[in-house]
Each structure stands twice: as C-alpha cells, then as structure tokens.
Design a protein around this ligand. Structure first.
Ligand code: FE2
Length: 364
C-alpha cells in the first residue's frame, strides 16, 4: 500500500444485465430521470445483445439484454434475475490495470480490448469479483463519442426531468457468511484499497438478525465499496435473503449523491418510487442523537429521510425498496455534509423496517 499501482479516475459506469433492457431503460428514464444517450442493438449491428446507456449527472448506467436463450446475459438473468454485472472504473491505462492486478492475484476475464470508430478508441478489460460480478476497467481518454464504439447516439426526445442524482457514492456487495474478510483482503491485495470502516454484528443487529460490514476505498477516496456478510441471528438476515434470491454474492445497492435530497426524494415519490419506511419513533430518537444540524426535521420525517452524524459532519440518506421482484438490488440516495460515513446510526432503525418487509414476503 502507499504505492498507487492502480490509479483510478472514478466510477465510469455500472452495467446491469436485465431481462428486458428496453423496458428497464424506460423505467429508469421515467422514474429515476436518467437520460437515454446511446444504444447498441440489431439496428446498430449488434447481433447478440441490446444495451441502453442512461446518464444523469456523472452517473452512467448501462442496461443489457440478450437476443438468444443460450447467451451469457440470458443465463445470468435466469440465475440471478436483474442485477449488476459490472462495476466499471475509469483508469488511465487498462493494460497497466490488468497487469498490476493480475500480478497481485486477480483473475483476468477479459484482456485489454480496444474498440475503435470514427470518434476514437475505448479500451476495456475485466477481472473477476465476487460471484458472477466483475470489475471492468475503462480507458476512454481518446474517445469523443456518446459512449463507446458500436453504440449509436439516441436522439433527444420527450424525457422525464432529472431528479438531481449527481454521482455514484458507493456500491455495496453482499457475500456469504465467512467471506467478507476474504474479499476485504482481496480489495487490499489486488486493488490496493484500504479499509475505511468496519462494523461488527454488535454494531449492526436487531432482535432477529445481524450483519457485519467492511468499507473498502481506493487511495483517492473516490471509490468506496462496502462488503456485507450475514451474521448468526435468530432468523434469516436480510443479507441471507438477498443471497437466497440472487443465488450467490452480488451487488446489494448502489448509492448516489444528491445535492438536494429533499427535491430528489419528493420527485421520486411523485413518480411512485417506494422507499423503506422507518418507524415513527426513529425521528424522536434521532433528533436527540444527532441534535440540531440545521435541517428541517418535519420535512425529513415527511419524506422519510434518515440522518446520521459523526465526527466529520452529518449525512442524509434514504433507501428504495428492491427495484425488481426478487428482494435483491435497491438504491440509496445520499447527501453528505462532511460525513464520510455510511449511516451506521441508521442501520438498526432501518433493519427493523427491512425485516418488517421481509416478514411480509414470508422470508423472516
Ligand atoms: Fe449505502
């Protein structure tokens, strides 16, 4: 550590494998306010998969489906349902990123592959991560097009307004019991990340279930990847439920920053996005715990936004319910005011809420 063998410029994009990319794109446009910017499909000469590139602020999501039953994307969806396939990081050199991570134990799944068109060149490469999830390295300094060669720009058309999502804050993975430390070490050894925070099952437990979490971040602090594993509890934890329904480890949630979480959540609620409900008593307790941070508590309560505070400052956050039928992937909106934390003070209140929903699904 210390020597930055893997310089990372930031998150490049997140790719989701889904059953129906066309409908997913429509959903993320009309609800979350992502703008469709580019598309790869039969029309643009892609014979096996269709992909839609959606942008908002600095967040880029790619939704991909396959045309055939035996395609890797189709098999991925059959096993896992809709979910995150690739977490893509922008790097100055894909070749160097693969070489350095491979030397430290990474399994390279895709060697550095340049693709070129009239707008320039994009290079990508991939290494294996937990379950069927991959880390993708992307080099796009020499590209001026909408997304990448093979993608046709989508002409501007009637589109829902953005809701103020500005950037990816962190991406959380769920792994099986006993695997968190393995992956934390993998981040350290292979990617050169450091352990920012660790939560034990004593920090994060309810009457029924418990989990442990470690937050890994890269040298610049730009990219943060918490890892959760279930801990022994009286009943099945929400992490166990995820693992059961995702059929393995994978991405639990993607958190995105907003500079105006009130506006973002108001708009998302108007568009019928559901959020986890916290118990009414949460606000009495938090008002006492957090004190006056200059926020409007009535407004926070009305919108169901959570607050947490640590030595560096405070944060506001909220979690959607799962965005597909399987109780797997969901999203978080977060507004940071100095705090670099993840809302540990909210975990307990939140889990009570998650467990209530889990019980409704007959999975507790
Ligand atoms: Fe989070």
């Amino acid at each position: 550590m210390g020597d930055d063998f893997l310089p990372i410029k930031g998150y490049d994009h997140v790719e989701f494998y889904v059953g129906n990319a066309k409908q997913a794109a429509h959903f993320y446009d009309k609800t979350f306010g992502f703008q469709p910017v580019a598309k790869r499909s039969l029309e643009s000469g892609s014979r096996d998969t269709a992909s839609y590139v959606m942008k908002q602020g600095n967040v880029t999501f790619v939704f991909t489906s396959a045309y055939t039953p035996d395609h890797e994307v189709t098999r991925h969806c059959a096993l896992h349902g809709d979910g995150v396939k690739a977490m893509a990081l922008a790097v100055p050199s894909v070749e160097a990123a693969l070489r350095e991570t491979k030397a430290r134990g990474a399994t390279v799944l895709k060697e550095a592959t340049p693709v070129e068109d009239a707008d320039g060149t994009v290079v990508t490469g991939e290494i294996k991560y937990a379950g069927d999830t991959v880390f993708r390295f992307v080099e796009r300094d020499n590209y001026r097009g909408a997304f990448a060669p093979g993608f046709a720009p989508i002409a501007a058309r009637s589109q829902a307004d953005p809701v103020g999502l500005a950037a990816v804050d962190h991406i959380v993975t769920n792994v099986y019991i006993g695997e968190m430390d393995y992956w934390a070490k993998w981040y350290e050894d292979v990617l050169g990340f450091t352990n920012l925070l660790a939560f034990t099952d004593e920090d994060i437990c309810t009457e029924y279930s418990a989990l442990m979490s470690k937050v890994m971040e890269n040298g610049t602090g730009k990219c943060k990847f918490p890892i959760n594993e279930p801990a022994e509890g009286k009943k099945k934890s929400q992490i166990d439920e995820y693992l059961d329904y995702y059929y393995g480890p994978g991405v639990q949630h993607v958190a995105m920053n907003s500079a105006d979480i009130y506006g973002t959540v108001t708009e998302l609620r108007n568009r019928d996005i559901d959020f986890l409900r916290v118990p009414e008593t949460y606000y009495d307790y938090m008002r006492e715990r957090v004190g006056d941070v200059g926020e409007d508590w009535d407004k926070l309560q009305e919108l169901g936004i959570l607050v947490d505070k640590d030595d560096d400052g405070y944060l506001l956050q909220i979690f959607t319910t799962p965005v597909q039928d399987r109780p797997t992937l969901f999203f978080e909106v977060i507004e940071r005011h100095g705090s670099r934390g993840f809302g540990i003070g909210n975990f307990k209140a939140l889990f009570v809420s998650i467990e209530r929903e889990q019980a409704l699904r007959g999975n507790l």
